[in-house]
Design a protein around this ligand. Structure first.
Ligand SMILES: NC(=O)c1ccc[n+]([C@@H]2O[C@H](COP(=O)([O-])OP(=O)(O)OC[C@H]3O[C@@H](n4cnc5c(N)ncnc54)[C@H](OP(=O)(O)O)[C@@H]3O)[C@@H](O)[C@H]2O)c1
Length: 338
């Protein structure tokens, strides 16, 4: 690659469901020139999120859709290459919504934080980034775990789910992970410390699920919606909290898929079902970072990262999440760390 080029992954067309490689195109642009008050960041790690499906769709979402021809919206972590701002110096590691591209020219407000390089800087996008923050606030604020609660987590081997399971254990809960394969079941049990785990692809999944929830589910951390959630919801305990965090198993919401009516069960169990959006918690991120960092340092919070090499791997990366191919946090490295 020429050092004088900024490669960008831009949106070429809107997907009708899951974004595939053909919905994106890699273009080459000049590297932006530094301007007064601005910071030029050389991106090193790009994040891949299931939420990107919503960001490129035409349907109304919590964020404006990425325009056709626009750089794909993404969190990224990189090194300050040039700075015309007094708070940032070349060499600082920073993270923010920098997009899928080599270089990003940003103002100081667009930098989420300076990254502490005493932990691997890739963690700023996963366990200490959007995923860890989501697990922390959604479980603690919405789920409100109490000692001995049973917590069920879907996408349990993934970036958010693996943190949810471990934070629930830290809070004294019993955890049950739900995921797609026996390999991921083992990851949940052996790496992330779930008390039990089960693959939703087992033929007898719905039939045996009750064996895992003899006292009922006090908290269901829902990352998938769909048939997995229908099965879990039939086991909720009185006073259950259902944290609606993601809908990964639903390929399209147009038209909305039909499912069982949950209202009667919610009423009888006096349960609470609440949606969660991490961006509502931006003013509280600095509360969570030191706690999560301490847990990572002490080994209480473990993480798995799966890093593909090169910006060429970006266009197919979202679809790969929706094929359940990732083990832990999916990242793309596009430059050396130093
Ligand atoms: N609300 C918020 O503010 C917020 C913030 C961050 C993330 N999220 C949501 O949290 C969830 C997890 O995000 P993440 O970044 O940690 O991703 P992740 O769990 O690391 O990866 C996505 C996972 O989704 C599961 N999945 C994909 N297609 C599926 C299908 N058809 N049926 C069932 N499961 C399927 C797969 O896990 P299996 O192998 O288990 O199938 C896959 O590994 C996502 O739904 C995401 O949108 C929400």
């Amino acid at each position: 690659m020429s050092e004088n080029v900024n490669r960008q992954v831009v949106l070429r067309s809107r997907p009708s469901g899951i974004p595939e490689a053909e919905n994106f195109e890699i273009v080459q642009k000049p590297i932006p020139r530094i301007k007064a008050g601005m910071i030029l960041v050389r991106n090193i790690y790009l994040s891949v999120e299931p939420a990107m499906r919503g960001w490129v769709g035409a349907a109304a979402n919590y964020a404006e859709p990425v325009p056709i021809g626009g750089v794909m919206r993404s969190f990224a972590t990189g090194r300050v290459e040039q700075s015309a701002h007094p708070d940032f110096r070349p060499g600082d590691i920073v993270t923010g919504m920098f997009g899928w591209q080599d270089y990003t020219l940003v103002d100081a407000e667009s930098i989420q934080r300076k990254v502490d390089p005493s932990l691997p800087i890739s963690t700023s996008l996963g366990v200490l980034g959007l995923n860890g923050l989501t697990a922390y606030f959604a479980l603690l604020d919405v789920g409100q775990p109490r000692t001995d609660n049973t917590v069920a987590v879907s996408s349990a081997a993934g970036a958010v789910g693996s943190c949810v399971g471990q934070i629930a254990k830290i809070k004294g809960c019993r955890t049950v992970g739900i995921t797609s394969s026996e390999e991921k079941v083992n990851l949940c049990l052996n790496e992330f410390g779930f008390d039990a785990a089960i693959s939703y692809r087992r033929d007898d999944f719905s039939a045996v699920l009750g064996d895992y929830f003899k006292q009922g589910v006090d908290i269901y951390f829902d990352n998938t919606a769909g048939a997995i959630s229908d099965a879990v919801l039939s086991h909720i305990a009185v006073g259950a909290r259902i944290v609606v965090c993601g809908t990964a198993s639903v390929a399209s919401w147009d038209p909305p898929p039909l499912g069982p009516r949950v209202e009667r069960n919610i009423l009888v169990k006096r349960a609470r079902m609440q949606g969660f959006l991490i961006f509502d918690y931006a003013h509280r991120y600095s509360e969570a970072w030191p706690v999560l960092s301490d847990w990572v340092r002490s080994g209480l919070l473990r993480y798995r990262e799966e890093i593909t090499q090169g910006i060429e791997t970006a266009p197919s990366a979202i679809a790969s999440l929706y094929r359940s191919e990732n083990m832990g946090k999916r990242l793309i490295r596009i430059a050396a760390e130093d």
